[in-house]
Design a protein around this ligand. Structure first.
Ligand code: NAP
Length: 299
């Protein structure tokens, strides 16, 4: 068997075209331009690349973005005070704090300073809680993108065995919750899992997000499985690879995402989707408030 490659770039391009139509409609019908504010602390080169990509993607679909860069030694109070300004600014519909933050920051406190109605990364406790009960407003972008990819290529999820390798708060755990919500039977593996292969070999759907090149090799994969490689690893020779040994896994899987060109473009795209959704929600809240005002003045 040779896996069909799931082309994240083309799925992302299709979704971004839909985003463009939505921003055009919001602008032309309601005069609303969705806005994203990005907060970055320090100049970590990888973070700088990610932020640049997000800002370019915003411009591409008609979202107004702005970046607020703090020096690496900035205080947590200064960052939280900037977030408060963005919370109060009606032209900002989404606020994203680029992670990781320098060590002197309490990440949880910073993320919780974001208005939950502007939490387009989906990391605020309110949205995390929503995910647990299957009712989140802003699903976290990477697992949200994985679900869209699976749906796009018609993978049946209900009743299948899904194994998620990696249990981080931003990828592995929300991924497992989303698959569970769609009635998969989910196992979550992590660095302390003993004999990883005994789990992965049972997976009809295998999502790998560990950050370890070649962690998953062909014999660990069930024949015909759908494999989603979330990992992004830069090798010493400069190559970008995922967590799966591509050639051997592709011989066992029925479908597989490549790295690059798989999950990565979807992550940025789902940030655009969440930001536009937030602008639509703000518009609806505004219209409801106007109607309530009109009703009470008429009474
Ligand atoms: P993370 O916070 O470092 O978490 C890694 C997770 O993998 C942890 O739960 C860890 O287990 C587990 N793990 C590490 N080594 C393992 C092993 N040998 N066997 C089984 N599990 C192992 O990383 P993350 O932020 O979730 O990101 C994971 C990978 O996805 C990274 O390569 C990152 O660059 C990539 N990523 C890609 C995208 C994208 O858009 N494509 C987005 C986000 C992240 P413990 O919990 O026990 O430590």
């Amino acid at each position: 068997m040779t896996a069909r490659i799931i082309d994240g770039l083309s799925v992302a391009a299709e979704k971004r075209a839909q985003c463009r139509s939505l921003t055009t409609a919001l602008r032309e019908r309601h005069g609303v331009v969705p806005g994203l504010a990005v907060v970055m602390v320090g100049e970590d080169p990888a973070s700088a690349v990610y932020v640049r990509k997000k800002i370019q993607a915003c411009a591409d679909v008609g979202i107004a973005s702005r970046k607020h860069l703090f020096p690496a030694n900035a205080s947590q109070e200064a960052v939280i005070s900037q977030i408060a300004e963005f919370n109060a600014d009606p032209t900002v519909h989404g606020i994203l704090v680029q992670l990781p933050l320098p060590r002197h920051f309490d990440v949880k406190a910073v993320l919780e300073a974001i208005d939950r109605e502007k939490d387009v990364d989906g990391f605020h406790l309110y949205n995390v809680g929503g995910l647990v009960i299957g009712d989140t407003v802003f699903p976290p972008c990477t697992p949200y993108g994985v679900m869209l990819l699976l749906d796009h290529v018609g993978v049946e999820i209900s009743g299948r065995n899904a194994v998620v390798v990696g249990a981080s708060n931003i990828v592995g755990k929300p991924m497992a919750l989303m698959l569970m919500q769609r009635e998969a039977t989910v196992s979550v593996c992590h660095a302390k899992t003993r004999d990883l292969a005994q789990f992965t070999i049972l997976a009809d759907i295998l999502v790998v997000a560990a950050g370890c090149p070649d962690l998953i090799v062909g014999p660990m994969v069930k024949s015909g499985a759908v494999v989603v490689d979330v990992g992004i690893n830069r090798l010493a020779d400069g190559r970008l690879v995922g967590d799966c040994h591509f050639d051997s896994v592709a011989k066992r899987a029925s479908m597989m995402t490549p790295v690059p060109g798989g999950v990565g473009p979807m992550t940025v795209t789902m940030l655009l989707v969440n930001t536009i959704n937030s602008a639509q929600r703000a518009l609806t809240r505004g219209l409801r408030a106007q109607m309530a005002c009109t009703d009470s003045s008429a009474a």
